[in-house]
Design a protein around this ligand. Structure first.
Ligand SMILES: [Zn+2]
Length: 312
């Protein structure tokens, strides 16, 4: 078995993404994947990165070494058999050893990587992987893959990713069988119900925050913006078009966008301006950036108030 001479650092590993090759010349343990990829690496890095793997490495006794795999004539190494795939383990090793980190190429493997780091209690590496994922462009979790990520992450207890996927799913236009038909193949009934509950909770939060919005931000933004009040006020005290727009966001959060907000305002102002003198001067002079900022704050609060324990 090769060993590292005292005081001399190990050589750099030879790695290749193409065939998931990862090998140290001074390797003293083999990590074997579920699909029989073998990674010849150094125990010390593995043990320092994970208390779970440290115990597994330590548990390998000499008799078991005999069934290890030769890496050169006359030598054998202890083998740690893991249940993760070669693609996932290769990626995980790039976060453990001093080499450029490599994220998996698929959503499924990326979730498996996060799951492995969590399962092996690699807290620092889990943070590192999440930070790396956060730098991806386009973002790892998007509206179009939100169902898949939510389902995978929820099944593996990755609450952060499940919650982010649930938030992203709010951008889906509607939550009906017709529109979701293709996505339903990606998600279990339990996960679908959890997503539906998430939307319900979001809507409840939005409704509960509306009175505060009307009393503070909204009123402040709308006040003094015209010579007279809105030509179509709602009972809540804000212009009717804005009241209807907020209700619409509650039912279909995908309508929360600056362009749709502006369209709602423009339609109101235009509908009142067929006869110039009847035009709603109040809403025509609204400070759009300030009102949008206030609305955005209410939307963000409604989203962030949905805790993991509520539905995920
Ligand atoms: Zn108006």
């Amino acid at each position: 078995m090769s060993t590292i001479a005292p005081g001399s650092p190990p050589s750099s590993p030879v790695i290749s993404l193409e065939n998931f090759h990862f090998e140290y010349a001074e390797a003293d343990v083999i990590i074997r994947s579920s699909d029989s990829y073998e990674f010849r690496v150094l125990k010390i890095y593995i043990s320092h990165s994970s208390p779970v793997l440290r115990d597994q490495v330590a548990a390998i006794s000499f008799p078991q070494w005999q069934s290890g795999v030769n890496i050169s004539a006359g030598t054998s190494l202890p083998v740690v058999q893991l249940f993760d795939s070669g693609a996932v383990l290769f990626s995980l090793l790039t976060y453990i050893f001093p080499v450029p980190p490599v994220l998996p190429s698929t959503v499924e493997h990326t979730i498996e990587l996060l799951s492995a780091a969590q399962r092996y209690r690699m807290d620092a590496i889990l943070t590192h992987v999440r930070n790396h994922i956060a730098q991806q462009e386009p973002p790892f979790i998007r509206e179009e893959n939100s169902f898949l990520v939510f389902s995978l992450a929820r099944n593996r207890g990755l609450n952060q990713e499940a919650l982010r996927a649930a938030r992203s799913s709010l951008k889906l236009p509607t939550f009906t069988i017709d529109v979701l038909e293709e996505r339903l193949q990606l998600i279990s009934c339990a996960s679908l119900y959890a997503l539906w509950r998430y939307r319900q909770k979001f809507q409840q939060n939005l409704e509960s925050l509306l009175p505060d919005f009307v009393a503070s931000s909204g009123r402040k933004t709308l006040k003094g913006s015209g010579r007279s009040g809105c030509t179509g006020p709602a009972a809540s005290g804000i212009p009717g078009w804005l009241d209807r727009y907020i209700s619409l966001i509650g039912r279909t959060p995908s309508h929360f966008s600056l362009s749709m907000f502006y369209a709602a305002l423009r339609n109101h102002v235009r509908s009142s301006s067929n006869v110039i003198r009847d035009r709603c001067h109040h809403c025509a002079t609204i400070d759009i950036p300030a009102l949008w900022a206030a609305l955005s704050a209410m939307y963000d609060d409604s989203v962030s108030e949905v805790r993991e324990s509520d539905s995920i």
